[in-house]
Design a protein. Structure first.
Length: 197
C-alpha cells in the first residue's frame, strides 16, 4: 500500500498502527478463504477440498435433516468426540438448518444458552464462515468432523515493512506486509462433507 507524505505528516493518529491493524484484518480474511476453499496452488489446500465426500444432497439448493444426520454418522465415532469436533457452514446455510424440525415439530437446532457458548447441531458446535459455499448446484455446503486434523503451518512471523525510498519520487511511502502460511487436511476420514446435487 502506498501512502502520501502529506497524510503521514498530518499525523492525526498513528497511521502505521492503523495500517498494521487493517493489513492484519485483510490477511485474516484471505487466510480464512484459503483455509476453507484453497486449491493448493500457491495457497493452502482448503478443508472443502481435503474432506471426504460422504453425502450428496438430493436437491441442489435445500438440505434435509436426514442428510445432516447421514453426514454426522459418516464420521467414525472416534472423530465425533473431542473439543475440535464441529460443523462448518455459511451463515445462510445455518439459517436454512435452523428452520428444520423433527417428527415432533421440535427444532433440531440448539441455540447456545449462555454468552460465549456456541450454537449446537446434534450436540456439536456450529461454526459460521462466509467463505463456505452457498447451497447451490455441486457446492460443498457443510463440513463436519474433527478439525484438529486440519493442520495450519505458520512459516515465520508476520512482518510489516516501511519502504521510504522506493516511491519517494512520487511523494509517497510504501508499506508491505508479508506472511507465509499453509494448511491441509492431514486425515481425510476425520472430516466429511455434503455436496449439493
Amino acid at each position: 500500500m502506498k501512502v502520501s507524505d502529506e497524510l503521514l505528516q498530518d499525523n492525526v493518529f498513528n497511521l502505521t498502527n492503523y495500517l498494521a491493524t487493517n493489513f492484519g484484518r485483510r490477511i485474516a480474511n484471505a487466510e480464512e478463504a484459503a483455509f476453507v476453499n484453497g486449491d493448493g496452488s500457491s495457497k493452502p489446500t482448503g478443508v472443502t477440498s481435503g474432506a471426504t465426500a460422504a453425502v450428496t444432497a438430493d436437491s441442489a439448493t435445500v438440505l434435509t435433516s436426514d442428510e445432516l444426520l447421514d453426514l454426522y454418522h459418516s464420521c467414525d465415532r472416534q472423530y465425533r468426540s473431542g473439543s475440535s469436533v464441529a460443523w462448518l457452514m455459511r451463515d445462510s446455510t445455518i439459517k436454512e438448518i435452523r428452520k428444520l424440525k423433527d417428527g415432533d415439530d421440535q427444532y433440531l437446532w440448539q441455540p447456545g444458552m449462555k454468552q460465549g457458548q456456541p450454537d449446537m447441531l446434534f450436540g456439536k458446535p456450529v461454526i459460521a464462515s462466509p467463505d463456505m459455499p452457498e447451497t447451490a448446484t455441486g457446492a460443498v455446503s457443510v463440513v463436519f468432523g474433527d478439525f484438529s486434523y486440519y493442520t495450519i503451518a505458520d512459516r515465520g512471523s508476520r512482518s510489516l515493512i516501511r519502504l521510504n525510498e522506493l516511491y519517494s519520487a512520487n511523494g509517497q511511502v510504501g508499506f508491505r506486509i508479508h506472511e507465509r502460511v499453509d494448511g491441509k487436511v492431514v486425515l481425510a476420514e476425520a472430516l466429511q462433507k455434503i455436496t449439493m446435487a
